[in-house]
Design a protein around this ligand. Sequence first.
Ligand SMILES: *Cc1c(COP(=O)(O)O)cnc(C)c1O
Length: 398
Amino acid sequence: MNGKRIYADNAATTKLAPAVLEAMTPYLTEVYGNPSSLYSVGAEAKKAIELAREDIAEVFGAAPSEIFFTSGGSEADNWAIKGIAEVMEKKGKKHIISSKFEHHAVLHTLDALEKKGFEITLLDVHENGIVRPEELEAAIREDTALVTIMYANNEIGTIQPISEIGAICKKHNVIFHTDAVQAVGNVPINVKEQNIDLMSLTAHKFHGPKGCGALYVRRGLRPEILINGGAQERGRRAGTENVPGIIGLAAALKLAVSTMEERSKRLTELRDYLIDELLKIERSRLNGDRVQRLPGNINMCFEGIEGESLLLRLDLNGVCASSGSACTSGSLDPSHVLLSIGLPHEIAHGSLRLSFSDETTREDVEYIAECIPPIIKTLRDMSPLWERIKENEKKGNE
Ligand SMILES: *Cc1c(COP(=O)(O)O)cnc(C)c1O
């Protein structure tokens, strides 16, 4: 290895941006007062939080009072879904619609609700990794309490038709939550125009700090209180605020949005170049729609190899990538996302996810394009599975 390190796992987490650290620093040092206190260092922290709330709201076309801070994306998802489920149950509505390839923060929350008597419909995402609005509309019932569909998938990067889904939910008077963790900072979002009722986000996916996120809750909706205690977050989510985290969240969001257009254009080009290069490898495939996907996301399968072995060898070459979700690494089960788009188990095992950021350069991508083919060749030369694939190919040709 030549001492190079290329971080291509930005869908798992991102590096804190220096400007964000700078914005946070005073709140880790001098401005340490409790925002609920009356003396000036407390009041200063309180004021900074409220300014951050205004900045965040403005990005999404929301009102500041509609933004609630959480510890991240998982908490926001849990709160939105359980909080609305609890309220709607009292109105006799116990049916929830979601999709098969949501993040586990959503799917496992739905499992928990199912055990409590809720009925869950998980929509298909088809081969392109996209939910079909007409199938969603057909699944809506009298007793549907909530629709929760992610904005962009964290493994295959496919972007969902959120505006259409929002319009359908509005028409049928059903509450709509979206896990927008992967989309925020990468695609323009307006909660009012898109009829989004609740939306989860987290700072560490767009160069902010870990451990701080937010839930947008449309005015008039009142999900059940998540954490009982003090009066923070309008009495709905108690606990002394993560002041530096909140300041970092707002700073990172503003930065991500101000550079979005240019980054999106640049990363789309790099992405498409690398996809073309990797598709030259025999028996490779791109997972998820080629166009309706995040600018910096590539997810490919290479038949006859194990994703893990590919990752280890990429690491030896200085490239940090993943086989899908950070949450399932370490488990031997193939990704539920790849299974949901119809891949058979043996192919789903050979997946690679590369996810880019502002820091990714043309040079990095060219280096990755050079690295991968010889690694795949080496792994296939050792693979009994690959041998079988080639034998079957020959038989088919005879
Ligand atoms: C990362 C991620 C989450 C979890 O966010 P945390 O802040 O790590 O809890 C939820 N949903 C999606 C789509 C994600 O990519």
